[in-house]
Design a protein around this ligand. Structure first.
Ligand code: C2E
Ligand code: CA
Ligand code: CA
Length: 725
């Protein structure tokens, strides 16, 4: 330390006043002399005295002093020991020996032990000076020690913060890089090992661009050029892919700062954050938003997007046509309700797979909802192209599929509409395709219809149908028609089938196919069927009264599969029948195969009970559904009706005839009555008779007619002059 600095330190740290002294002296006169010497020098001071070692020790423990003035020879101890006691006390203050005489040896020992100074008693006039100097020296030493301590503290703090900073970088979640402006790694934080799999040392001086995905390289290079012209500014680099050690890609987001001017860095500091997971999640979310979970097809949102786009495109280029095919699986609801939703889901997945085979690349297939699918077919030059796709769809759906060990036949109804200037919104096109689809359903399913503008009106009507149907029951707008069933041999009436119609006042008759599906969906069918059952039984009873043995032997009433969820079905039926007075054996209940898909155990129970009560069971529409010949002997049946579709094709293909024959033979074996429905031509009667069929119904004989017309028919029947109607 220079002398100037020393002075300034001292002046800043002047010896305080008054000073507090401890006099170690056993001779009172000597004490007086010392005090005199100090007073003469105008020193302000206070003091304590001690003469024995114990008192001295005690004083040091209890007080703080600025200096000790000690005689060498003391009672029971000496100056050297006194110095030791002071040193042990921890007080770092001057220790000055004031002694009469001191041998050379003792003087050397004292100096070695570390006394501050010593003075002979005959030179006491120098005491103030010595004391002053000693005090100053100690103050300075304390000051120096203080300064040193502070410096050490500061250095430690710096070391700590450097360590902290390094550890921050080395343990950072992000990768922290220093890259030269030419793109070479200068520093790579250890986190690179965890994120990319490289050891930081291996990357040193390597080019960063080698790791960047080729598609992102250009962007990052131009970013480097841009950052070169900035200083001290943090600039973000968004989403770029970096190759990992094991050749995968990691998506990074980064922020970079040009610190080329800082000699400690001399490059760009880049902080890279791994966003791979976030990126995947975002991608997944985007995927989920546009895809149907169950089938993996595009979903409704995606379709609406595409459709909107296609409509806009078409308005720009009027010659670019596209078509929309709206497809609804037939009878899916029945399967879903009866086989359970899990099977329903499997079926939808299988259907989706098949449908995917039907369109070309660039077209879109979406699951629009439940069992509804929509195709968007682009580059359509004429309607016929869309029709071809619809035909292909019917074809791929045809082979039965096995679910839960059952063969299930599926078909779909398809509505088609084609782009046009009048379409401005996706909803309009979908509405029209949907209306056409409904028309296809009404036509008997498994077919397609092209939209024509009148359909829009009928679709609107559909909306009101449900409400109207509810009221129809109360307002007694339903009517039962009867279709006679004839003995093919004698051509006499053996029975009749009750078929419901709806006759809203002032409007034409609505056929059951237009409202039964809705009634089934809404549950109204239960009430409708019971009402028809009552009418039919009353009617037959009445005919029996009038025509006796010329009356039909039985009345067939259709029973919706829905009825079978009611455990008290048997009681309800018998109650209705019994009330009308009709004997139970004259009632035939027509059920379709779908009821067996339900809880077949429960169905079996209900049917057996009904049969035990003498009520007859007829299996309707045989051959159209989930056909399994095993139903015929597993379930309690009295008769069955082979479906119209087999009758139509009689004599056309060997296969068809073979089926009709096998069914006939089987019915014979099982002693079941056989009815053929949909007989329209005379030659069909001949063929049916040959194949062992007993009874038939169809337009050849008579369509369904109202009770009054039927009564007339019975009149003629009585005299065996049945005319063809
Ligand atoms: P379904 O039980 O198969 O009834 C036979 C259908 O074939 C009747 O249609 C009948 O008019 C029609 N048909 C009869 N002979 C011929 C023919 O020679 N050629 C053609 N092409 N068709 C013929 P409808 O009356 O329109 O009834 C349709 C369906 O509505 C019935 O089919 C039945 O499933 C259902 N249905 C009718 N009434 C009721 C009812 O009271 N309750 C229930 N649950 N369903 C009913
Ligand atoms: Ca029927
Ligand atoms: Ca039928």
């Amino acid at each position: 330390m220079s002398s100037d600095l020393l002075k300034s330190t001292l002046s800043n740290n002047e010896v305080k006043s008054p000073i507090h002294l401890l006099l170690l002296e056993d001779v009172p006169e000597d004490i007086e002399l010392i005090l005199l010497a100090l007073t003469n020098a105008d020193l302000e001071f206070t003091y304590d005295t001690a003469e024995t070692a114990s008192l001295y020790t005690l004083k040091l423990e209890e007080n703080r002093y600025d200096a000790v003035l000690a005689d060498y020879r003391l009672p029971g101890f000496n100056g050297l020991q006194a110095l030791k006691i002071l040193q042990q006390s921890g007080q770092k203050i001057p220790f000055i020996l004031v002694t009469g005489s001191l041998g050379e040896e003792a003087a050397v020992a004292c100096m070695k032990a570390g006394i501050t100074d010593y003075l002979l008693k005959d030179r006491l006039f120098r005491l103030p000076n010595i004391l002053q100097r000693s005090l100053e020296e100690f103050a300075l030493r304390r000051q120096q020690q203080q300064a040193l301590l502070e410096q050490q503290k500061a250095e430690k703090a710096l070391r700590d913060s450097e360590k902290r900073f390094r550890s921050l970088i080395e343990n950072a979640i992000d990768i922290i890089l220093i890259v030269s402006s030419a793109g070479e790694f200068r520093y790579v934080s250890p986190s690179v090992k965890r994120i990319l799999g490289y050891s930081p040392n291996r990357l040193k001086d390597q080019p960063l661009f080698d790791l960047i995905h080729p598609e992102d390289q250009q962007r990052i290079k131009s970013f480097f050029n841009r950052i070169k012209n900035t200083t001290n500014q943090s600039i973000p680099i968004s989403e770029f892919r970096v190759r990992t050690h094991d050749n995968n890609w990691v998506m990074l987001d980064a922020i970079a700062k040009n610190l080329e001017d800082d000699p400690a860095i001399a490059g760009f500091v880049i902080n890279c954050h791994d966003i791979t997971e976030r990126h995947h999640t975002a991608q997944q979310l985007r995927y989920d938003a546009y895809h149907d979970k169950l089938t993996g097809l595009a979903n409704r949102t995606a379709l609406l997007h595409e459709l909107e786009h296609a409509i806009i495109q078409h308005q720009r280029r009027k010659d670019d046509h596209f078509a929309l095919l709206f497809l609804d699986l037939d009878r899916f609801k029945v399967i879903n309700d009866s086989l359970g939703h899990l099977t329903g889901d499997q079926l939808l997945q299988e259907m989706a797979k098949r449908l995917q085979q039907c369109h070309r690349q660039g077209d879109m297939l979406a699951r629009f909802g439940g069992d509804e699918f929509v195709f968007l077919l682009r580059d359509i030059r004429e309607m016929q192209e869309a029709v071809v796709v619809a035909e292909r769809i019917h074809q791929v759906l045809q082979p039965p599929l096995m679910l839960n060990n059952r063969e299930i036949f599926m078909s779909a109804s398809i509505g088609i509409t084609i782009s046009g200037e009048h379409y401005h919104h996706p909803e309009q096109m979908l509405r029209d395709a949907d209306a056409a689809m409904y028309r296809a359903k009404a036509k008997g399913r498994a077919c397609h219809e092209i939209f024509v503008s009148t359909m829009h009106l009928s679709a609107l009507k559909e909306l009101h149908l449900e409400n109207d149907l509810r009221q129809a029951l109360q307002r007694q707008e339903l009517v039962v028609y009867y279709q006679p069933i004839f003995d093919l041999e004698t051509e006499k009436i053996v029975g009749a089938e009750a078929l419901v119609r709806w006759h809203p006042p002032g409007k034409s008759l609505i056929p059951p196919n237009d409202f039964i599906p809705l009634a089934e969906e809404t549950g109204l069918i239960i009430e409708i069927d019971r009402w028809v059952l009552k009418c039919a039984c009353q009617q037959l009873y009445q005919w029996q009264q009038t025509f006796q043995k010329f009356a039909p032997h039985f009345i067939s009433v259709n029973l919706s599969p829905k009825q079978f969820s009611d455990a008290s079905l048997k009681d309800k039926i018998t109650e209705i029948v019994d009330k009308t007075g009709l004997e139970r054996q004259h009632l035939k209940l027509e059920i379709t195969e779908t009821v067996f898909l339900k809880n077949s155990h429960a169905v079996l129970g209900i049917l057996s009970e009904l049969q035990e009560l003498n009520i007859q069971i007829c299996l309707d529409d045989f051959g159209t559904g989930y056909s399994s010949l095993s139903y015929l002997h597993r379930f309690p049946l009295n008769s069955f009706k082979i479906d119209r579709s087999f009758v139509i094709h009689l004599g056309q293909t060997n296969k068809n005839d073979a089926i009709v024959r096998i069914v006939g033979t089987l019915a014979h074996e099982l002693q079941l009555e056989l009815i053929a429905e949909g007989v329209e031509e005379g030659y069909q009667i001949e063929a049916l008779k040959k194949l062992g069929y007993q009874w038939g119904q169809g337009y050849y004989f008579s369509p369904p007619i109202d009770a009054q017309a039927f009564t007339l028919l019975l009149e003629k029947n009585r005299y065996h002059v049945v005319e063809k109607i």
